[in-house]
Ligand binder design. Structure first.
Ligand code: FE2
Length: 628
């Protein structure tokens, strides 16, 4: 038996890779090898990859003349196009044979690639090569259909995933700087915790002073996590315990996808700031109702019990992030601000001039979102746990919890007790931007308003604020959103909130979606088995719970689209439409831009030193408005 070493190179075009099964036969002067499948691995046949493997050949086949490549469907996926660059074969004596190809293979069946030493076809040429040349001339040379076909393969597949590695085949069709890393470290507790601080939903977690009565966690359960030198009570008093509570999801009606009922949990997750200044989960309860069938999951449980519990929390995180934090608190709020502005503030009003650039494309993207995502039969219904029935209810609950304090970053941080936790970059970067916006707003407001009376007696300004309270917050006084403004200071805070919400806050919760969710297990859009009521999970249970193949593909397309920068962007603080003609406000704009440049420089420098850089609040990538 002889061992031949094979290298197969895939083209570097983004559509060049394939999911197909590929087989190879070596054809020599004295015969052919057996048919060998090129081994499957998630990194094989990705664009730009070189797949290396060995094959055993039973007999002496002599000098190599060609290789025969055969393509077949993978599972019941559609056959997709593959751009093969070359095949190199090294025989047992170390002699290298090269088979350059550089063509698309678009059909099932075989292609034959001759050895590359400039063979000229003549009557005396080996008959195998003559036949190969004929086949080559007939070969379909269709080009670039690859990516679409590959994705279609997933979109038509309603199966469950058979293993996690298969999910990588999908998640690597597109990659961002961080998404590959997420797929490597998603199981790590420190990464799970870090996403509460610097992920796409950084404003849910809060300090926990007392364990909620419906959370059955007790000291003995977390003792092994906390170590011998402390205990739960002490750490609560030290301010080292944090809580993520998803009560808002309790009993929200769920969807049916691919004919299967989908499920949601309403978990509570307890986290600990450990002595290494990492935030790590130490207990998870997947229901708000404690009892015999509501276990508390712990890091000391089996690998799969703990992983399944964390995955349920990540699923809950996805729902709350998308519907409450992203859709309601940025997209829909920006729409309210935008409409009230055009209705109540005349174009010559200084506040109109200041804030109108922050509503660019907001109505357009929201109309598109309603049509394509939220509408019956839209993407949410096809791929997310909440369809038509669940989303309005979740939005209603989210509305009830939305307050003026939540929307003003400094108050938001204090109200959640998050002033001092280390490595909270959303807070640190966000506060710098909040203060820069506040300073800019303050300069403009103080230029036009010289007393509180002027604020109180500006009918257009008051009508604007009143309309936002009435139409946007439905006159809910418990939200503490002002219905009128009585001072310059209150006006500055209000305008800062509006600009910050439409720019930085949206960037913080929007820009990282592909990084975070393209590796589906880190944020499943839906779950198709009920939350576990006992321990003893297996990997099979996890795979049965995760979304189907086509549901995963739809989720991937969504996060890819919304994380892409629109081509026509305007960054925070850029105002090419020169509404202000006076020198002082123009100077204020310049100062604002200079401050943002300085903040951006600082963030870029800091990120160079970090394993998990945080760039979503770098002003150089923050858009002026909610436009995607
Ligand atoms: Fe968005």
């Amino acid at each position: 038996m002889a061992v031949y070493k094979i290298n197969v190179a895939t083209g570097s075009d983004m559509a060049a890779g394939t999911l197909n099964n590929i087989f190879i036969i070596l054809v020599g002067e004295h015969g052919e090898s057996e048919k060998h499948q090129i081994s499957r691995h998630w990194s094989h046949f990705l664009p730009g990859s070189v797949t290396e493997f060995d094959i055993n050949v039973e007999k002496d086949i002599g000098e190599l003349l060609l290789v025969r490549l055969t393509m077949e469907r993978y599972l019941n996926f559609l056959l997709d196009d593959w751009f093969c660059q070359y095949v190199n074969v090294t025989n047992p004596s170390g002699q290298l044979y090269q088979f350059p190809f550089y063509q698309w293979i678009s059909k099932p069946g075989s292609v034959e690639v001759p050895e590359g030493k400039g063979v000229i076809i003549t009557g005396s040429t080996h008959p195998i090569l003559l036949r190969q040349r004929k086949a080559e001339l007939e070969m379909n040379r269709e080009t670039y259909k690859g990516f679409g076909t590959m994705l279609k393969g997933f979109l038509f597949n309603k199966d469950l995933w058979h293993n996690l590695e298969d999910i990588k085949l999908l998640s690597t069709l597109r990659q961002s700087q961080k998404s590959g890393l997420v797929s490597e470290i998603w199981k790590e507790d420190y990464f799970f915790g870090s996403q509460y601080l610097n992920g796409v939903n950084p404003s849910l977690i809060k300090k926990c002073f007392k364990i909620p009565e419906n959370f059955s966690v007790v000291d003995e359960m977390v003792a092994s996590s906390l170590g011998p030198s402390t205990n739960l009570e002490t750490e609560l008093q030290n301010g080292h315990i944090f809580l993520a509570d998803y009560k808002i999801l309790e009993n929200i009606p769920t969807n049916t996808i691919n004919g299967k009922q989908q499920y949601i949990a309403a978990p509570m997750c307890l986290l600990w700031k450990n002595p290494q200044d990492q935030l790590v989960p130490i207990a998870i309860q997947l229901s708000q109702t404690p009892g015999k069938h509501t276990p508390v999951f712990l890091p000391s449980d089996s690998e799969f019990d703990w992983l399944l519990a964390k995955t349920w929390v990540r699923n809950s995180e996805f729902q709350v992030h998308q519907i409450d934090i992203h859709l309601l608190r940025t997209h829909f709020l920006a729409e309210v601000f935008s409409i009230a502005t055009t209705r109540q503030l005349p174009m010559g009003h200084p506040l109109y001039k200041m804030i109108i650039p922050h509503f660019r494309y907001t109505l357009e993207i929201n109309v598109l979102g309603r049509k394509q995502l939220l509408a019956p039969n839209g993407r949410f219904e096809k791929a997310w746990v909440f369809g038509d029935g669940g989303i309005p209810l979740l939005l209603k609950r989210a509305m009830e919890g939305m307050t003026y304090h939540n929307l003003c970053l400094p108050d938001n941080i204090v109200s959640r007790g998050m002033e001092s936790i280390p490595n909270y970059l959303y807070r640190d970067d966000g506060m710098k931007i909040w203060l820069a916006v506040e300073s800019f707003v303050s300069n403009i407001v103080n230029y036009y308003y010289t007393s509180d009376v002027m604020v109180k007696e500006d009918p257009e300004l008051q009508a604007w604020v009143a309309e936002i309270f009435k139409e946007g917050f439905l006159q809910n006084t418990s939200s503490e959103v002002p219905s009128s403004l009585k001072s310059i200071a209150s006006l500055i805070k209000y305008l800062t909130m509006v600009i910050f919400t439409c720019s930085a806050q949206h960037a913080a919760v929007n820009s990282g979606q592909f990084d975070t969710y393209s590796w589906m297990p880190n944020g499943p859009t839906t779950m198709k088995s009920p939350p576990p009521t006992a321990k003893g999970a297996t990997m099979e249970d996890i795979l049965k719970t995760l979304p189907d193949v086509n549901t995963t593909a739809l989720g991937l397309i969504f996060v890819w689209i919304v994380s892409n920068d629109p081509l026509d962007t305007r960054r925070l603080g850029n105002y090419p439409n020169k509404y202000f003609t006076e020198k002082t406000p123009q100077q204020s704009i310049k100062e604002f831009q200079d401050k943002l440049t300085e903040i951006s420089k600082h963030i870029k420098e800091r990120n160079k030193t970090m394993d998990l850089p945080y760039a979503y609040l770098d002003p150089s990538v923050i858009e002026n408005s909610v436009s995607i």
